[in-house]
Design a protein around this ligand. Structure first.
Ligand code: GLC
Length: 533
């Protein structure tokens, strides 16, 4: 039943997210680039990663580091040329790997020719490509919608005497996706890259793409914690996740379905019940609406176990799950749960049912790097200096070796390198059998080798205030996974006779090869994978 040939590449493989500014600099300007990524494909292959997603590489004034695009078809010279891109893509494909691009359809840069035209006059043909609104009588913005990056979501345009809406920076005006010309223009962009052969897109803030037509005020969030970003003061009921967004997602899907085996992944921060709607009716929406539960939930085994069950329960028939631990917008996993627990987190990510997405550097146990105030680049950090909201700490250069600047660049990088890079780096960890890197590699290889782990069923066993445990099973092969999500020892007593077998992989290497029956004791921050008899 679980014949792996029935599964597609984006179901069976692991996605590796590259933040291109910080992966590898090849031309000595301190910023990572496409040739740099190409130089490191051997590493990714060695690690066992087969799908790469690269955050935006397009023309951009870089107000939001590439998420403000001024030409969707052009490569930013910082990252290289179109030739560099094509060479990278072709080499990725030669190696049997896949390449996903980041599509940012919700907003453009304010320097995009579309917006320059739109704001030139009220009767410009492109005016309606963006979201304009008159001021209220007292001159204030039309409603209370907030920008994710702080302050109002509305910016006054003095020339044409109207506000425009921007969910993020004022330099990132939101497109009006109700306008069919906008829809066509963005589908053309997708076609452009699909024709080049890219294997799909990670679609930026998919849940933001359509807003309430009546522009109703968002309600107050009674649970707002002042330590959170100010955007959370309101519940974005009317500015995000509108029913009509699913028509747009379906349109994107229909286009990609004209090509063979391409994939659409949606960036969506919603509770699982709402998230799974993005699979679309009859799975005609996104192939993978990103599931960020492991990234947003408190590290509490009972809550996580309940959410896994809930997610498994609400997944539409024939849709495919996925899991994410870190990304370029959030705290790295090793900083969130601690370096020891990060191994348990990796085991969880790589043994759950569904496509896992890894964030570059997590495989080394890279932690968030403290960035002095005067070196902060991220607009979210700059706009809310007292909230420690900068995303720079999770975006620092990849740590390749112990040479100056960690082998990332020959010059001082755009963002400082972690001070521990001489110890925490690929070169060093490759030779150390106890390293995080070799641990990740073993996990990846086990997952890729065993159908039970990459496509098998998920059977919850037991969870309590310390433990999560489950079985993955395919064609009679069964693995039992037991994870201690706390720092204290824990004890697992099986009520099931069948929990008996050999440890094939463990956070503590010494456990591997041991045979377990009945009761199992785990130290703090330990996890084991047992191949059941
Ligand atoms: C997404 C991106 C984030 C960016 C934002 C605006 O959330 O992941 O990095 O700032 O969209 O495009």
């Amino acid at each position: 039943m679980n014949n792996t040939n029935n599964y597609l590449w984006w179901q069976k493989n692991i996605i590796y997210q590259i933040y291109p500014r910080s992966f590898q600099d090849s031309n000595g300007d301190g910023v990572g680039d496409l040739r740099g990524i190409r130089q490191r494909l051997d590493y990714l292959e060695w690690l066992g990663v087969e799908v790469i997603w690269i955050s935006p590489i397009f023309q951009s004034p870089m107000a939001d580091f590439g998420y403000d695009i001024s030409d969707y078809r052009g490569i930013h010279p910082l990252f290289g040329s179109m030739d560099d891109f094509e060479e990278l893509l072709s080499e990725v494909h030669q190696r049997g790997m896949k390449l996903l691009l980041d599509l940012v359809p919700n907003h453009t840069s304010d320097q995009h020719p579309w917006f320059l035209e739109a704001k030139s006059s009220r009767d410009n043909p492109k005016r309606d490509w963006y979201i304009w609104h008159d001021a209220r009588e007292d001159g204030s913005p039309p409603n209370n919608w907030l920008s994710v990056f702080g302050g109002s979501g509305w910016e006054w345009d003095t020339t044409t005497q109207q506000y425009y809406y921007h969910a993020f920076l004022k330099e990132q005006p939101d497109l009006n996706w109700r306008n069919p010309d906008v829809q066509q223009a963005m589908l053309d962009v997708m076609r452009f890259w699909l024709d080049k052969g890219v294997d799909g897109f990670r679609v930026d803030v998919m849940w933001h793409m359509i807003k309430d037509q009546q522009f109703r005020d968002n309600p107050q969030n009674p649970d707002y914690d002042p330590r959170e970003i100010t955007f959370r003061q309101l519940v974005p009921t009317y500015s995000t996740d509108q029913p009509e967004v699913h028509d747009i997602v379906r349109m994107m899907r229909q286009l990609t379905d004209q090509y063979s085996e391409r994939v659409i992944i949606g960036e969506i921060y919603l509770p699982v019940q709402r998230l799974v709607i993005y699979y679309g009716q009859d799975n005609q929406g996104a192939h993978l609406p990103f599931n960020f539960q492991l990234l947003t939930l408190p590290w509490d085994p009972e809550r996580i176990a309940a959410t896994i069950d809930e997610y498994e329960g609400v997944l539409p028939a024939n849709s495919w799950p996925n899991w994410v631990l870190s990304n370029h917008d959030k705290i790295r996993i090793a900083s969130r749960v601690g370096i020891e627990q990060a191994k348990v987190a990796a085991m969880l990510l790589l043994t759950l049912r569904g496509t896992p997405t890894l964030y570059y550097g997590d495989e080394l146990g890279m932690r968030d790097v403290p960035i002095p105030q005067e070196e902060v680049h991220d607009p979210q950090g700059l706009n809310m200096p007292d909230l420690n909201a900068s995303r720079d700490p999770a975006r620092t250069p990849m740590q390749w070796d112990h040479s100056p600047y960690a082998g990332f660049s020959e010059v001082r990088p755009w963002l400082r390198v972690a001070h521990n890079y001489q110890r925490v780096n690929v070169l060093h960890q490759r030779d150390d059998p106890f390293s995080m890197l070799n641990y990740y590699r073993k996990l990846i290889q086990l997952r890729q080798k065993e159908p039970a782990l990459h496509v098998g069923n998920y059977i919850p066993v037991h969870a309590n205030h310390q433990i999560i445990s489950y079985i993955r099973q395919s064609e009679g092969v069964r693995f039992f996974i037991l994870l201690n999500l706390t720092h204290r020892p824990c004890y697992f007593k099986s009520e099931h006779e069948e929990i008996r077998g050999k440890v094939v992989l463990a956070t503590e290497i010494e456990r591997e090869g041991t045979y377990l029956t009945g009761s199992i004791e785990l130290g703090g921050d330990e996890g084991i994978i047992v191949k059941l008899d």
